[in-house]
Design a protein around this ligand. Sequence first.
Ligand SMILES: [Zn+2]
Length: 384
Amino acid sequence: MELKNHTLIKRINRVKILNSIRLHAPIARSQIADMTGLDRKSLTNFISEFLAEGIVSEAGKQEQRMGRPFTMLRFADNLAAGGIYIAPDMTAGVLVDLSGNKVVSARRDFSLYSPKELIISKVKEVYEELKASGLKMYGFGLCVPGVIESGSGLVRASVNLPSLVGRELRNDFGPLIQEQLYIEDASRSKALAEKWFGAGRGASDFVCVDLDVGVGMGIVNNRALYKGAADYAGEIGHVVIERNGRLCRCGNRGCLEAYLARNVVLDEMNRAAGTHFLRLEDFNAGLNGNLQTLLEGYGAKLAMALGTVVNLLSPKIIILNGGLVECFGNVMLPIISREISSCCLGETLSSTKILASDLEFSAAFGGASLVLSDIFEVPGHFCV
Ligand SMILES: [Zn+2]
């Protein structure tokens, strides 16, 4: 037990120092000591380790009014965390430096319902393009829409990537991606992306609702992703909003996703407009009365489910994300704001902001966030 505690304390101190550098670089050893409360000897040992590992480098001297100049420290500029998102029809990857700035991105498209061999080969191309940057990778986070086991990467269900269902992604991508590999479902990854890069920065409790090929939700509770007892927390897409309603792919009736999944929305809008568009973006040229009515209905249904979220979780922010919001957020947000007040307690709602995400490729950033979380966080401990 004593050894376990010692290892944990060492890990917490290491992470505190790394966060001081992440948030305040260039920074001197004495400033890190003031921020972390660590004694000089321990700090010197940690910094020597970081310099030897190549994580930290010296960034010149800063003159002082009295005494010797400070040697400033910052992260080595050749380090990166990677994220790759596999969507139903494309794969996108990003690299971010350890301070969270995007360094490079890559993308490859493929057809819907492609075989797994083709998907793996496109991911390989993205990975190799990112690796060509020459940066030293800390790890890669791989994100896929569906019901995914985060450890093995077993894809339990994925309507739009059927060739990956039943596969253990760690087996398929482990031999390809040489760095440490993290795997998570896309909706939760998007919540992490908001926490590190988007509207969730600085918020300890928020949710991110993903309205795309499916409907999912990542819950950030006390700064950490909440997964629930069976690792399924956040399945807002299968909240029933209409008794005996439309059949959902899960087998139940009246689930939110049966009304708001991207392909369902696309089909309905095409029928209403007499068009044959393949993408939601194509409707942005003009929303006639029929389409406005449809969007009103989508907003009202979403407000019902979000009202339940507000009542149960009282999140500080609800961030809406995904294709439906990217295309029609400006129409749907006012509808949601109007409708949600009749679906939850006013006192609770008044503490919750509802807004649209402004992150592009957020699931790929979510992958990189999995890596950053491992470097800069210790589960159950606040290390900033
Ligand atoms: Zn369902």
